[in-house]
Design a protein around this ligand. Structure first.
Ligand SMILES: [Zn+2]
Length: 101
């Protein structure tokens, strides 16, 4: 992973054990830029930084056990709908889509 400044950015992780949450991101050792942040709850990726808005980092920094649970529930509910209730097998995604909608 290369930072926009040209130096190499290393993968880092912050852990919030109270919420069973992790923030994974690339941190540049030269300029300190953080990129590609992903919020992980209970081992599932639930939230990603987008261009211009550090959504995952904001969630992580304001996380409480309650809000973590709420976010996790709403994201997994959405994923279940999109993936047709299957956690492991996303290979049938197109089939699921055409039959469901
Ligand atoms: Zn950099």
């Amino acid at each position: 992973m290369q930072c926009s400044c040209g130096a190499s950015a290393d993968l880092s992780t912050q852990v919030n054990q109270k919420c069973d949450a992790e923030l994974r991101y690339c941190a540049c050792e030269k300029c300190g830029t953080i990129s590609e942040a992903v919020l992980v709850l209970h081992g599932h990726d639930v939230c990603w930084d987008v261009t211009g808005d550090a959504v995952a980092r904001r969630w992580f920094s304001t996380l409480t056990p309650e809000s973590a649970e709420e976010l996790f529930q709403s994201v997994t509910a959405l994923q279940n709908v999109l993936l047709g209730d299957s956690d492991d097998d996303s290979g049938d995604l197109h089939t699921q889509f055409s039959f469901t909608f």
